[in-house]
Each structure stands twice: as structure tokens, then as C-alpha cells.
Design a protein around this ligand. Structure first.
Ligand code: TYD
Ligand code: MG
Length: 456
């Protein structure tokens, strides 16, 4: 017996609850719950399946081999790598990011590349008219690419068109503008976004057509964020960057067909997005003479080492409560490192404003950057610059001890390539010495304070 049931879904984290509340009990976001009605009926809702038997599901050994999924290469190396080595046939990919960050530009360039590589490619824009997209394509020098362009928001019509045209790749820009006539709510609502993403993903699997969805992220969670779509698709890429910077980073946060955490680096120019093949050189290019507070961290993003510069500034605070401001790194982690410096090394930061910044608009989330942050803070506070050719990496424990991190050898090799000759590192870590960098292993943070800054 069919029974209508009302539930509420959070647009931020897709948590479902039976009672409305101002704040989501799962992620803590405010005003993100909205109503959705679902029919609780059929076998899933009843306790017994009844007499009807299903068909037998095919089972196989864990060891049996399947051919790797067929992939298509865009010929844009940064994009192909983030996808895990090219676009998988019949996969669904979500590209999320802030409005205006460059998603449409990236996907138009990708569409042109895939089309030139021989894929039948359809680009559906729900946000811009065809003339607008065409104008942008011409400005990007892609006017001759054999991409089929459509401007539509009615998903039923789009699916019929795709069914008829049978392309290899369909790009839907954006999922928030799409609507299905079977769903009562407005485009952009959680119910519509979920239903549209579900239809498109199911269609991709059924027809073996690769689908790329664009999704806008809004901090306020006013429109359904792509979060609700994340678990439906195979691959989730986020396009990020600071508004004032020209660098853009495409980051895989989920990939059923390749490593997550892989990044591709691009530069927004007057003629679209350019690939950045050597991000370390780019992130360090604007470094002048070594200044107090500046430290180069040798990080790993996905499968690739990337060198970035941390900049710290420590100044007496005119406020009753000193400021802590972070860009590109986790604020909670900064508080922890300040506490370790204070408790284990007797270096107080009370009454001092602390600013920490990752140069170039890069975001770092590795705990391996702990030591680099601590050294940047020390360097700023002691007003002492590190030698120009020194890199730093290592994880910090609450006791002040330094822990080895993964891929030490790769981090050092990348540093050598860029002309660095010494490194402050944790003890141990099985380094072969092939990298040619002079190592300064430090057991704990107090040793760093004493040996590098001659204080403590
Ligand atoms: P867009 O791709 O429309 O962003 P999104 O689809 O994520 O909303 O990019 C918009 C911004 O990119 C806009 O501010 C202008 C800038 N831009 C360039 O700087 N160069 C270019 O060649 C293009 C096409 C856009
Ligand atoms: Mg756009």
C-alpha cells in the first residue's frame, strides 16, 4: 500500500531527517533543510518480499580479471591526469566550484579537445544562450571544434535529444538550472538537483555515454550544493582558486577510476585556461630574496610533488583579542601549532596577531606541512629568514615531536630539481640519499628552535 511520507533534506550534506529544524543536526549548517515527499511503497518498504522470486545475480571470483575501463584522452594533460588517466566511457563526473571560477571555460575547452580527438561531443548550456557560448568559443579560438551546442533546461527534452543523437560525451552546464517536469519544486532545489543528477547518471550507465555535470557551490547553502550529487557520480572534481589570483586548481576529491587528491593546475588568461606543467616553479616564481616568515614546503598532491611557499606575519596586536588569520591552510591546525610552540618550546604568541598565507592561491591540507607552518611562524616571530635554498616538511605531534611523512624521497627530488640544497626534516623516514639534498633531521620542535633560530 502506497503511503506518502514527508522528510527533510539538508542541501549542504544531504542528511535526511523526519523533523524540520533551523539547523542541520548532521553538519551544523543553518537554514539548509527543505521538504521532500517520497512514496514509501513497494518491496523496499515492506518487511517481506512475498512469493515473487527475483532473477539470479551473476557472481564471480575476486581474482577474475576484467578489462580496464576504456578511456578517452582530452589531450589536456592536466585534465587527463585528474580524471585518473582520461575520461572513462559511460562515467558520470561532477565538476563543482564557486560561480565565476571558470568551470564553463574549462569545460568548453575540454569539449573542444575531446571533439577534436574524435569523440562525438554535445555541450548543453542551461545558463547561457547558444550565441553567448559560441562567442566565448570563438574568443578562445575554438570556433572550428566539432562540438554540438544546445541551450536548454528541460531535462526530458535533453535526454530525448541525447538518446537520439547518441554522443560519446555530454556536458551539462549546470545541474542547478535543469528541471524535470515530474518534480514539483523549482530548478536549483535539492529535489530537482537530485532527480536531474540521478536521471543523467542512470542515462550515462544505460547508454554508455560519458556525462560531465557542472555544479555551483554556494557557501550559504541557499541553492542545493553539489554535495547531494557527490555520492551519485563516479568522479567529483572541484575547481578552486582565489578570486584575485589567476591560478586555478582542479582537484579530484572522489574518483572510482583513479587516485583521489590528484590536482591539475591551470592559469586563467585572456584567452582561456592555460595548463601549468610545472606548478612548483610557478608557485615559487614570485619569491624574492628570503624574508622572515617565508618557508618553502615540499608537499605531495595526489601522485605529484608540489613546492609551495608559506608566508607568516607576526605583529603586536592593537586589539584585546589577538587576530588569527589563515588563507590556504586549516585554521584549527594553525591554533594547534601555536599551542605546541607555546607549551613545548615556551614561545608565547599571546598579544600577537598571526597571519598565515599559502602563496599563489594554493590550498594545502597535508599534515606534512605542520613543520613548515611552525618554522614560518618562528621565522616571522624571531625576525630571522631561513636560508634561500632550504625546504621543510614533517608532521608535528602534540608532544612537539616530529613524525616522518610519506614520500620523503619524492619531496626531496622535486626540491633538488628546483635548486634547493638543504632540508629540515623529521628523523628517520627511510631516505636513500639519492636526492642530493643536505638533510637536517630534527627530533622535535624544541631542537628546531635551538638549532635553526638559536633561541629557546
Ligand atoms: P566562467 O567559465 O564563466 O565561470 P563559471 O562557469 O565557473 O561560472 O568564467 C568566468 C570568469 O572567467 C570571468 O570572470 C571571466 C574569466 N575569463 C577570463 O579571464 N578569460 C577567458 O578567456 C574567459 C573565457 C573567461
Ligand atoms: Mg558557467
Amino acid at each position: 500500500m502506497a503511503k506518502s511520507k514527508t522528510t527533510f533534506i539538508c542541501s549542504n550534506c544531504a542528511h535526511i531527517t523526519t523533523k524540520w529544524a533551523g539547523q542541520c543536526e548532521s553538519c551544523g549548517a543553518w537554514n539548509t533543510l527543505s521538504e521532500q515527499t517520497a512514496l514509501a511503497s513497494g518491496p523496499a518498504a515492506s518487511t517481506s518480499l512475498g512469493p515473487a522470486r527475483g532473477r539470479i545475480v551473476e557472481l564471480s571470483d575476486l581474482g577474475s580479471e576484467d578489462a580496464p575501463p576504456p578511456r578517452h584522452h582530452a589531450g589536456i594533460a592536466e585534465l587527463d591526469r585528474v580524471l585518473g588517466g582520461g575520461l572513462v566511457t559511460g562515467s558520470a563526473t561532477l565538476v563543482g566550484g564557486d560561480p565565476g571560477i571558470g568551470k564553463s571555460t574549462l569545460l568548453l575547452q575540454a569539449a573542444a579537445s575531446f571533439a577534436k580527438a574524435g569523440l562525438k561531443t554535445v555541450y548543453i548550456s542551461g545558463e547561457e544562450a547558444r550565441a553567448q557560448v559560441r562567442m566565448r568559443a570563438q574568443r578562445l579560438g575554438l570556433g572550428h571544434a566539432p562540438v554540438q551546442l544546445g541551450a536548454e533546461t528541460n531535462l526530458r527534452d535533453i535526454l530525448t535529444t541525447l538518446d537520439e543523437e547518441a554522443p560519446d560525451l555530454a556536458i551539462i552546464d549546470s545541474v542547478q538550472t535543469m528541471w524535470l517536469d515530474t518534480v514539483g519544486s523549482a530548478p536549483g532545489s535539492v529535489a530537482q538537483v537530485r532527480a536531474c543528477a540521478h536521471e543523467l547518471t542512470a542515462f550515462a550507465k544505460r547508454r554508455g555515454i560519458s556525462i560531465i555535470l557542472v555544479g555551483h557551490v554556494t557557501k550559504e547553502g541557499q541553492i542545493a550544493g553539489p554535495r547531494v550529487v557527490e555520492h551519485m557520480v563516479d568522479t567529483v572534481l572541484y575547481f578552486e582558486g582565489e578570486r584575485g589570483h589567476q591560478f586555478r586548481i582542479l582537484r579530484a576529491v572522489k574518483n572510482r577510476f583513479g587516485p583521489a587528491d590528484e590536482i591539475g593546475v591551470f592559469e586563467m588568461t585572456g584567452a582561456g585556461l592555460d595548463q601549468v606543467a610545472n606548478p612548483s616553479a610557478l608557485f615559487l616564481s614570485q619569491r624574492g630574496t628570503p624574508a622572515p616568515g617565508s618557508v618553502v614546503f615540499s608537499g605531495i598532491e595526489g601522485t605529484r610533488p608540489v613546492l609551495v611557499e608559506f608566508q607568516a606575519l607576526v605583529a603586536p596586536s592593537p586589539h584585546a583579542q589577538a587576530r588569527r588569520s589563515v588563507v590556504g591552510w586549516d585554521g584549527g591546525r594553525l591554533a594547534m601549532i601555536l599551542a605546541v610552540l607555546e607549551a613545548r618550546c615556551a614561545i608565547p604568541f599571546a598579544g600577537l596577531d598571526v597571519y598565515l598565507n599559502v602563496a599563489g592561491g594554493m590550498k594545502v591540507s597535508e599534515p606534512a606541512a605542520d613543520l613548515a607552518v611552525a618554522v614560518a611562524l618562528l621565522s616571522a616571530r624571531e625576525d630571522t629568514a631561513l636560508p634561500a635554498e632550504c625546504v621543510v616538511f614533517g608532521e608535528l605531534s602534540l608532544s612537539g615531536a616530529l613524525r616522518p611523512v610519506s614520500q620523503g624521497e619524492n619531496r626531496l627530488k622535486e626540491a633538488t630539481k628546483l635548486g634547493f640544497t638543504s632540508a629540515i626534516v623529521p628523523p628517520g623516514g627511510k631516505l636513500s640519499g639519492e636526492h642530493g639534498v643536505r638533510l637536517m633531521p630534527m627530533a622535535d620542535l624544541a631542537t628546531v628552535v635551538g638549532e635553526v633560530f638559536g633561541a629557546g
